[in-house]
Ligand binder design. Structure first.
Ligand code: CMC
Length: 384
């Protein structure tokens, strides 16, 4: 039996069940906990535990989980060697940070003793290893790009730092302020999970063939890279830089937007397949990012003011709201994070959601294999 699906991009199609996350216009819920509640009251480590292990951790479980992450932060030598060689390819533009983190996850799979095992225990171990190592990959990669010695290659950072703070430390060599640590931590919470988004669905399709976790995560990273998905946080900031330059040259935000509308240009960081009336993650991150901008100074506030004008015009003239990637772009920029690392940082968070979904798929699997509606040539003869 087959049921025709006519919705382009599978809009509105319910493609399976999950107990991990519920995405509605009015709410975003991770395993029963609402996102604003988690952003205000939880840490990323707690949320990652919730997603991966399936329940809210008690103090002992959280301490054990943190220790496991810290113990798994360091990268094996072949991954460090790969990162050291990739610098010139980044400078020449042939290698992008998202491709590099994808390749690192593939190499990690080749080295992982559990790589060919899909049992719940093996999957749980692999989830923690990949999650723990993602910030180290980003940090070491940024050190190579900046031409500085790799920070903490033996340990993958400072054992006393949280996942969020350690990520910033590894990228720069400087321990972040409590404010920047908090902003990063909340952004990781907001990015951690989002039901059957494109990258998570990709990971479930791969896992559904009974392929392995590293492969499923590598595929998910490839899906997240695109500017219609995770790549939008970088694209949003690039667009804001363009608007800033045009304002600095005597133009106005309104004139930029009128031109963009006339050209039917997609404004990055706006719109969403599900949240047609606004993305609640965006408001949470915007508020934190704006506070960070106010502490930083007038240039940072000016950037937010431009962003806010862009938002007003989009909403008034098109009825389209910002998604989480729009405030993320401005916020990470104010924090001094290099733009090409915005989507890899999204990876460092979303790994928790991907791994939860891969484990859920493996635990109750059926091959994901839809049909296509054929619209090609009628039957014809080859005539050799
Ligand atoms: N700029 C300008 N017009 C837009 C935008 C936008 N960002 N988003 C939607 N529209 C228009 C779209 O052109 C269409 O107009 P019309 O009906 O006249 O053709 C209408 O709004 C409906 O949009 P859609 O293309 O049917 O929406 P979709 O559900 O297929 O796509 C989307 C959702 C997120 C891909 C799209 O809004 C988009 O391309 N946004 C920009 C990229 C972006 O910010 N992506 C991040 C998504 S959220 C978080 C994440 O995954 O990282």
């Amino acid at each position: 039996m087959s049921t025709a699906v006519t919705a382009k991009g599978l809009e509105g199609v319910v493609a399976g069940e999950t107990s991990i996350c519920r995405v509605e216009q009015t709410s975003l819920i991770y395993r029963g906990y609402e996102i604003a509640d988690l952003a205000a009251n939880a840490t990323f480590e707690q949320v990652a535990f919730l997603l991966i292990e399936g329940h809210k951790p008690d103090d002992a479980e959280l301490a054990r989980f943190r220790d496991e992450l810290v113990a798994n932060r360091a990268l094996p030598t072949p991954v460090i060697e790969f990162l050291k060689t990739i610098g010139p390819m980044i400078q020449s533009g042939s290698a992008a940070p998202m491709d590099i983190i994808r390749t690192c996850v593939s190499i990690l799979g080749n080295l992982d003793p559990d790589s060919q095992h899909n049992s719940p225990d093996a999957n749980l171990r692999k989830s923690k290893r990949i999650l723990a190592k993602a910030p180290t990959i980003i940090g070491h990669m940024q050190n190579v790009i900046d031409g500085r010695d790799i920070i903490a290659p033996g340990t993958g950072g400072d054992a006393n730092l949280s996942h969020a703070a350690n990520l910033l430390y590894l990228m720069t060599g400087t321990r972040p302020s409590p404010e920047y640590e908090k902003v990063m931590d909340v952004s990781l919470i907001l990015y951690a999970e989002h039901d059957f988004n494109a990258s998570t669905f990709t990971s479930r399709v791969i896992a559904g063939t009974l392929s392995d976790m590293h492969g499923a995560v590598a595929g998910a990273i490839a899906a997240l890279k695109g500017p219609l998905h995770g790549g939008a946080n970088e694209a949003a900031m690039e667009m804001l830089k363009e608007i800033q330059a045009s304002v600095a040259a005597g133009g106005t935000v309104q004139a930029f937007m009128d031109n963009a509308f006339a050209q039917k240009r997609k404004l990055m960081g706006f719109g969403h397949r599900v949240y047609k009336q606004g993305d609640h993650r965006a408001g949470i991150l915007h508020a934190l990012g704006r506070k960070a901008a106010e502490s930083k100074g007038p240039d940072a506030v000016a950037l937010f003011e431009i962003g806010e004008e862009v938002q007003r015009i989009m909403q008034d003239q098109k009825g389209i709201f910002p998604n989480v990637d729009f405030p993320c772009g401005m916020t990470y920029f104010v924090m001094g994070i290099p733009v090409p690392q915005y989507t890899p940082i999204f990876v460092a968070s979303r790994i928790s959601g991907w791994c939860a979904h891969i484990m859920e798929q493996h635990a109750n699997n059926r091959l994901i294999r839809p049909r296509a509606s054929y619209i090609g040539q009628d039957l014809r003869q080859w005539n050799p």
